[in-house]
Design a protein around this ligand. Structure first.
Ligand code: NFE
Ligand code: MG
Length: 519
């Protein structure tokens, strides 16, 4: 028996520890620990409900835009304006959220994941005149290897030329990502923490010059997705094709969908969306989303669990550091008592199974390129491919939304804050299904709960002892070299954790963070 402890896992957002017990080189048991607590939900109690849209964006600097959308959909429903959002408001919300997701996924592949597959030190052999590559080469020759090392060694397989190109794309992706953030701020005011998405619609108005500034940046990003991002994902997948069979996970996927195509339907599980709401398991059958089936267990989390597993609308967040049997600040969201993975793979798989022709063509072309069955999507490479195809689908749809904008027409409807009400906001954030729930009393927030994508994916065991999605994805994996457990970090990063989101204070004084191994 061996034990691998990776703490913290780097090139992710936040503080995540993975412990894996191995036997003959195979992982027998995994524990995923979120070692950071932030009580944003508690801070919201007693405040003006409109503060929610502002405060929840402070949960995370990576996906504040998705939190602003979930909070706003939540308040739209609590204020009774959810069926009345003007088209301009809906379209501008889509464009702001879309810009955030494009920048986010490009950052994730190049700046967080690629270095698991790309050996940046090969750049020393580069003899051409690409200035970005020559700058990286000069850094490496001076021995300035951060942020590329320390790293796990022993499994870099890309041919030199593809490897060097990928390093050039790493640098180019920094620029491209910036363009996405600029697009976001054209209609959102600023990034992070946009100030435009508000209950009732948006506060920004479309003008021809803003549409033009948005469009030229978008065209550059689309060109990058088609000619750089997707080819790089395919190149990595071709050389590391064993990762179509590594990191399968729990086999159940859940999506809330993203990008409203209308707003007259007030049930967010039924509203027409570009990416669809639903569940899919390995049998590839489509299921509906029924939010009454969501519960959050805290038996293995550092919270008081005298109330058992609660629906988030009645959620309870009472920290109990040091609780016996607990090992994470993350709660364990479950759907119908079962473990579900969320994320780009879930929304692409749900939309694929729902029969969307564009998504079918995109996914089938990748599967046939690798001669792989749809089941291969449940894997490390399936997640990367789904993320890239999702990015393309969204970027290719955004010009239509820009053209549908009507300068001079309304962008919002007025509302009154009710004395008492409840609300629910559901949307897929970049990392997956994001739900916000609010209870309003005396025009103030009485209770606010967020159930966040990384909480689903990185949750600890639940009340029935079922391990969470990443725990299941790692368990069963063969680790070739236990002192360089690259398989584990590749699985973790394919699910793109954000622990700031997932726990929404810092480790209480005196808690032993355990053994450190920087990877
Ligand atoms: Ni902090 Fe987040 C996204 C949300 S993740 S990154 O995307 O919601 O759990
Ligand atoms: Mg929560």
């Amino acid at each position: 028996m061996g034990k691998i402890i990776i703490d913290p896992v780097t090139r992710i957002e936040g503080h995540l520890k993975i412990e894996a017990v191995t036997e003959n080189g195979v992982v027998k048991e995994t524990r995923s620990t979120g070692s950071l607590f932030r009580g944003i939900e508690l801070i919201l109690r007693g405040r003006d409900p409109r503060d929610a849209q502002r405060y929840v964006q402070r949960i995370c600097g990576v996906c504040p835009t998705s939190h602003s959308m979930a909070a706003t959909l939540n308040l739209d429903s609590a204020f009774g304006v959810d069926g009345k959002i003007p088209d301009n408001g809906r379209l501008l919300r889509n464009l702001i959220l879309g810009a955030a997701h494009l920048a986010d996924h490009i950052l994730h592949f190049y700046h967080l994941c690629a270095l698991d597959y790309v050996d940046v030190t090969k750049v020393v052999k580069y003899e051409g005149n690409n200035s970005a590559l020559n700058s990286v080469k000069a850094f490496i020759q001076r021995g300035e290897l951060g942020p590329f090392v320390p790293r796990y060694e022993g499994d870099y397989r890309l041919p030199d030329e593809i490897d060097q190109q990928a390093v050039a794309h790493y640098v180019q992706a920094l620029e491209i990502r910036r363009k996405g953030q600029e697009m976001l701020s054209i209609f959102g005011g600023k990034m992070p923490h946009n100030c435009a998405i508000m209950p009732g619609g948006v506060t920004e108005v479309p003008t021809v010059d803003k549409i033009a500034s948005f469009l030229w940046r978008l065209n550059e990003i689309r060109d990058f997705i088609d000619n750089v991002y997707i080819p790089d994902v395919l190149a990595v997948a071709g050389v590391y094709s064993d990762y179509f069979e590594i990191g399968q996970g729990c086999g159940n996927l859940l999506s809330y969908g993203s990008f409203d195509l209308e707003t007259s339907e007030t049930d967010l599980t039924k509203r027409q969306r570009l990416l669809k709401q639903g569940t899919v398991s390995t049998d590839l059958k489509l299921g509906e989303v029924d939010t009454s089936k969501i519960t959050e267990a805290v038996k293995h989390s550092w919270y008081d669990d005298s109330t058992g597993g609660l629906h988030p609308s009645h959620g309870d967040t009472r920290p109990q550091p040091g609780k016996e049997g607990a090992y994470s600040w993350l709660k364990s969201p479950r759907y119908g008592g079962k473990v579900y993975e969320v994320g780009p793979l879930a929304r692409v798989a749900v939309t694929y199974v729902a029969g969307n022709p564009t998504v079918k063509t995109l996914v089938d072309s990748v599967l046939s390129h690798f001669n792989a069955p749809p089941a291969a999507l449940f894997s490390v490479l399936g997640r990367h491919a789904a993320r890239a195809l999702y990015t393309k689908l969204v970027a290719d749809t955004m010009p239509e939304w820009l053209l549908q904008l009507k300068p001079g027409e309304p962008v919002y409807v007025d509302y009154e804050i009710p004395d008492e009400s409840t609300g629910m906001g559901l949307v897929d954030a970049a990392r997956g299904a994001l739900g916000h729930w609010v209870e309003i009393k005396d025009q103030k927030i009485a209770n606010y709960q967020c159930v966040v994508p990384s909480t689903w994916n990185f949750s600890p065991r639940d009340n029935d002892g079922q391990p969470g999605p990443v725990e299941q994805a790692i368990t069963g994996t063969k680790i070739k070299d236990e002192s360089n457990p690259v398989e584990i970090v590749r699985i973790v990063r394919s699910m793109d954790p954000c622990i700031a989101c997932a726990v929404h204070l810092v480790t209480p004084k005196g808690r032993d963070l355990g053994e450190f191994r920087i990877c």
